[in-house]
Every structure is written in C-alpha cells, then in structure tokens.
Write a protein that binds this ligand. Structure first.
Ligand SMILES: Nc1ncnc2c1ncn2[C@@H]1O[C@H](COP(=O)(O)OP(=O)(O)OP(=O)(O)O)[C@@H](O)[C@H]1O
Ligand SMILES: [Mg+2]
Length: 239
C-alpha cells in the first residue's frame, strides 16, 4: 500500500510522506479547531488526483460545505457530477437515519477517499447502546478497508488544551489519530496539530503550530509552538 497525500501543506512531512492508503484516521478537536477545513482539503487533494471521493456530512448542509470550500480555495462543486458525491444527513430530520446509501456508493463506485464529518452521525444511527455504536464504527471501517478506500472521520473534543485532552472510545478504534488544538497564551490562541498515533506507520510526534487562512490549513514544520515553550519555562521556574 502506498502513502496518500493529505492536501495540507506541511502535514505530509509530519506523516513522513502521507497517510497509509486504505487506513482509517480520526481528526479530533474542540469546536473551531479546523476539522472541516482539514476534511475539505483532504477531498480537494483527491479530486486533484482524479480520485472518486465521498463526503458524508452531518454537521453542515451540502450547500454550506460548497460555500465553505470556495472560501478556502478548494473548488469541489465542479466535480459533483463526476468524481465527488456529497451525502448529506440532517441530524434534525425525523427520517430514520441510515448509512445504507453511502455504504452502497462505497461498494459500487470505487471510492478512494471518504470523509465522515462527523462521527456524531453514528451516535444517531446506533443510539441504542455504546456497544452498538462501537460495533457500527468497526463495521464501517472494515467495509471501507475491504473496498480499498481511505477513511477520514472527524469527532469532537470538549477540551481545547493539549495537556487536558481525554481520550474517548473512538480514539482507540481508528488506526490514525490527529489532534487539532488551540493553546492559550495571554489573550491569544495559537493553533497546533499533533499526531498521537498512526498504526503501522512511522511519523513525527512533535506538536507543530499550524495556521488557517483563506488558502486553508498550513502546518509549520520548521517552527515550535511559542505558547508551549513559555508554559514550560513558567512551570520550571515554579519548581
Ligand atoms: N477563510 C478563512 N480565513 C481564516 N480563518 C478561517 C477561514 N475560514 C475559517 N477560518 C477559521 O477556521 C476555523 C475552523 O473552521 P472549521 O469549520 O474547520 O472548524 P471545525 O473544527 O470543523 O468546527 P466545528 O466543530 O464547529 O465543526 C473557524 O472557526 C475560523 O476561525
Ligand atoms: Mg466542522
């Protein structure tokens, strides 16, 4: 299996080439940390490489996703009749939510990249028990792997700071985990990214600063987070 480029400048260096094709990666972080932008750039990279892509969205409507993509320079709309299929699942809908449609698309369309934004959708589909929810995710991952697709899912964390993050059950299920955080320094916040795990693959473990602009997300691999350095200095002074 080869390595798949993420489409995020700097990040493939952290992954030492990209993420393993056919793997499952969870991008997790507090609100506004950049999960949807990450997902959009991952899909935009696939479209640039002429790969069939599927975007399952339960957080935003397909229309707002198209607008959002345009804002960060990732044109996805023009591919919708061909390489890209957006599957919108409204969590407020009274319809019984099901994963049948996206699962069929994965089976029949030779999808290379799948985005699931976010895993909350599974909490609605498998609402009866935590075991059902876990099994549902495991089955979905098994299915996507069998079809040779690479899965990137997003999930929410309630803690913003990296030292305070608590792992949840789903963090253990996925092969790869990416943390998006914001570290406070005085009245400012610095965006950071960290890869705690990527099964079967070597990667950098450092915490890197990243920024989000009208061009999307960029990881600064030659820098270290200034906010963390200052926190560490303060801690050592107190000792
Ligand atoms: N064009 C832009 N230029 C600069 N910053 C932007 C731009 N678009 C978005 N952002 C910043 O990126 C942040 C992250 O956006 P994104 O929607 O990816 O977060 P998210 O983690 O998916 O949030 P949520 O959990 O609410 O879905 C926004 O809150 C905003 O601060
Ligand atoms: Mg989002």
């Amino acid at each position: 299996m080869g390595l798949m480029k993420t489409g995020i400048p700097g990040l493939d260096e952290v992954f030492k080439g990209g993420i393993l094709e056919g793997s499952s990666v969870l991008v997790t972080g507090a609100p506004g940390t950049g999960k949807t932008i990450f997902a959009l750039q991952f899909i935009a990279e696939g479209l640039r490489n002429k790969e069939p892509c599927l975007y399952i969205t339960s957080e935003e409507s397909a229309a707002s996703l198209r607008r959002y993509a345009k804002e960060i320079g990732a044109e996805i709309e023009k591919h919708e009749d061909g390489l890209l299929q957006i599957y919108e699942q409204d969590l407020t809908s009274r319809k019984i939510l099901s994963l049948e449609e996206p699962l069929n698309a994965i089976k029949t369309r030779g999808i290379k990249r799948i985005v699931l934004d976010s895993l909350t959708l599974f909490e609605y589909v498998y609402y009866e028990s935590k075991i059902d929810f876990r099994k549902g995710i495991l089955d979905f991952i098994k299915h996507t792997k069998k079809m040779g697709s690479t899965l990137l899912a997003t999930s929410e964390k309630t803690n913003l700071e990296i030292d305070e993050i608590k792992f949840s059950a789903q963090d253990f299920i996925f092969e790869g985990l990416v943390h998006l955080t914001m570290i406070r320094k005085g009245s400012m916040f610095e965006r950071c990214i960290h890869i705690p795990k990527m099964r079967g693959q070597d990667h950098l473990l450092d915490i890197f600063p990243m920024s989000i602009t009208e061009k999307g997300m960029v990881v600064h691999t030659k820098q270290i987070p200034f906010s963390l350095i200052e926190q560490d200095v303060m801690k050592s002074r107190r000792k």
